[in-house]
Unconditional design. Structure first.
Lengths: 237, 421
């Protein structure tokens, strides 16, 4: 899929232009993000860090096209996402994004292969094509033997590998990871991070939210957030 | 492309439902009973009405039956001892009807006498029906053996009789049938034929009982006379009736009602008292059809309530399922499923549930009427349309009761859904 044809001049995939997000709870308003401007280049591996309430989850939701900014603009692969309809947002998620969650979020009644195929199913792929793609991805994350297993029959690390394979199925412009090691022990977590670093070295753009610094060190760039603003940005050497 | 997608969706739905086998089974059961009871009720209704219609049709829809009726005043006067009541239709009536009323194609006189019948030492009481050959055309009876009455029997005053099947069995058992001579009252009759007996119950009067002997009207008139004397508890009761019934055949269906009116007018002029009754099978037929329709609607609606309960069961379980699978919905939405795709996923599950319930319900619904007929002896008819109807209704119920839970699933905010524990 030639999904990287329409992004910006500097090879950027994601750009936020003075994005703010305000939540209203009854009469009170909570400013979750305040005037954030940042861009992410193709092939980057970025960690978004910060204490709870810093706005990092809000940022991930916006980046993931799950939410719309209150003000400001968000460009994903050169397309302005800020004012898209629900169905258009769905289409953006389907074609441009891959998600990896803290709690894996595999569908329990589906096999490993079917979980990996799910994005392809919504994209309308033929069954045999998506099957061979799933096999290929499973091999990539080292789970070729487990294609017909249910998620419940796998270990946490294996489940997260399936989730990674699922996130890769649609060949996304950006992979968004939300605390990908949060539910794993440190050894397994390290394996998952190695896998992600490996993907990044193959050219995948990864944006990851985490509050653990030993996980964040895998990223080349670390964005620290506080009170809805970007506090500072660390670039790895 | 679309159909393979649908096929995959249905497979996924079945797979998901099989994850909770007991729950799905119980939900399906609700629909099974709903559909089953609709079909069973409709078949009972259909059977009952079909039976009534059949009886009426046996009387012939082009026929009008005029019967003698003991007038009310005679009924009360019967306490008076040895009082003779003279009433009813006369031979003249029959002749007048035949000759003067237009559109009348045939009239058949019927004279009913109860007589003891003897064959050797065997004795039984049977109903002697004095009638004309046309009787067998108007009230169609299958001839099992021999022949029915012929015009020459009437003219020749032949002592011949035709028996009904069950009568023949009882009376003639072990004897040869046709040509046997039996004694009816004081006279000997030759059995010339046997006709099939049609058991007609259900309150509709037919000139046909199980055990009948049909004899020529002329013979009945001359041998048995018009007077009947009945001894009841010391009192004697005498009746004088010439004809008990006159069957009138009308040339076409649309003339049945005008002829019935003409009969009414004519008989009213010649009878001082109201000692006759006119019944029009066609009118009864129409009435019975109307009743049948109402009956079926009422029965169907009652059963429909249980189908509704089944539908509510589906909705209940789907709402629970949506809550339980909030995460899954969130994941699917995050991956890029549109709202409409979530709706169709859940709708397919409910439709699968209700359709499976419908199909099983149809077999149950076909079995119940069968067992009702088998063990309770009630006639039932499972019609094709009731099967199609209830399957259609159950699928519709799946959609109606599935749409709300499915919409709820689709409306979930993916962020909230993903956070759901």
């Amino acid at each position: 899929m030639s999904n990287l044809t329409s992004h910006g001049p500097n090879g950027e995939v994601v750009r936020l232009e003075s994005v703010s997000k305000v939540y209203y709870m009854g009469t009170q308003s909570v400013k979750a993000m305040v005037d954030v401007s940042i861009s992410f280049e193709e092939g980057c591996f970025t960690a978004i860090m910060g204490p709870s309430g810093s706005g990092k989850s809000t940022m991930l939701n916006l980046l993931g096209c799950l939410d719309r900014p209150t003000s400001g603009k968000y460009f994903l692969s050169g397309q302005d996402v800020s004012n898209m309809e629900d169905n258009e947002l769905s289409a953006m998620r389907l074609r441009r994004l891959g998600f990896i969650f803290q709690s894996f979020n595999l569908i329990p009644q589906l096999t490993v292969a079917e979980n990996i195929e799910m994005p392809l199913y919504y994209m309308g792929w033929a069954a045999d094509e998506s099957k061979s793609r799933a096999e290929q991805l499973a091999a990539m994350v080292g789970l070729s033997e487990r294609l017909d297993h249910r998620p419940a029959e796998l270990s946490g690390g294996q489940q997260q590998r399936v989730a990674v394979a699922r996130a890769l199925a649609n060949d996304p412009s950006v992979i968004l990871a939300d605390e990908p090691t949060g539910n794993l022990d440190s050894a397994t977590g390290a394996q998952i991070m190695d896998l992600m670093a490996d993907l990044n070295s193959q050219g995948k753009t990864i944006i990851m939210v985490t509050h653990e610094s030993h996980i964040a060190v895998y990223a080349k760039r670390r964005i620290h957030m506080l009170d809805g603003r970007i506090e500072r940005i660390e670039e790895a050497a | 492309m679309l159909s393979t997608r649908l096929y995959r969706n249905i497979r996924l739905g079945i797979k998901t439902l099989l994850l909770h086998k007991l729950r799905s089974l119980l939900t399906v059961l609700g629909v099974v009973f709903g559909v089953g009871s609709v079909i069973a009720m409709l078949s009972v209704g259909e059977g009952a009405s079909r039976e009534a219609l059949e009886q009426i049709r046996m009387l012939g829809s082009n026929n009008i039956i005029v019967s003698s009726m003991k007038p009310a005043e005679d009924e009360s006067a019967s306490t008076t001892r040895t009082m003779m009541s003279i009433y009813g239709l006369t031979y003249r009536d029959e002749q007048r009807i035949r000759e003067t009323i237009p559109h009348v194609s045939t009239t058949v006189p019927v004279k009913l006498v109860r007589k003891n019948t003897f064959l050797g030492e065997r004795q039984m009481e049977l109903r002697v029906v004095g009638t004309s050959p046309e009787w067998f055309e108007l009230v169609s009876r299958r001839v099992i053996a021999g022949r029915v009455l012929a015009p020459r029997d009437i003219e020749g005053l032949s002592n011949v009789c035709v028996l009904t099947e069950s009568g023949a069995r009882k009376l003639l058992a072990t004897h040869s049938t046709i040509g046997e001579r039996i004694r009816i009252g004081l006279d000997y009759f030759t059995v010339i034929g046997i006709v099939r007996s049609e058991t007609a119950g259900g309150g509709i009067q037919t000139p046909d009982l199980d055990i009948d002997a049909y004899v020529p009207i002329s013979v009945a008139r001359t041998r048995f006379g018009d007077m009947v004397i009945r001894m009841t508890a010391g009192a004697r009761e005498a009746e004088m009736v010439e004809l008990h019934q006159i069957l009138v055949e009308v040339d076409s269906t649309e003339n049945v009602e005008p002829v019935a009116e003409a009969l009414e007018t004519m008989l009213a002029r010649f009878h001082r008292r109201r000692d006759y009754r006119i019944s029009v099978p066609l009118a009864l037929l129409r009435q019975a059809e109307a009743t049948r329709r109402t009956f079926n609607i009422v029965l169907g609606s009652i059963a429909g309530i249980s189908l509704l309960v089944g539908g509510i069961g589906i909705m209940n379980i789907m709402l629970a399922s949506v809550t339980e699978r909030t995460r899954e919905i969130g994941v699917r939405r995050a991956i890029g499923a549109r709202r409409s795709q979530i709706i169709s996923q859940f709708l397919i599950e409910t439709v699968v549930l209700s359709t499976v319930g419908g199909v099983i319900g149809i077999s149950v619904g076909a079995f119940i009427p069968w067992s009702i007929s088998r063990f309770a002896g009630m006639p039932t008819i499972v019609t094709m349309w009731s099967l199609v109807l209830s399957l259609g209704i159950s699928m519709t119920i799946g959609i109606i009761f599935g749409i709300y839970p499915a919409m709820r699933a689709a409306k979930l905010d993916p962020i909230v859904a993903l956070r759901h524990e």
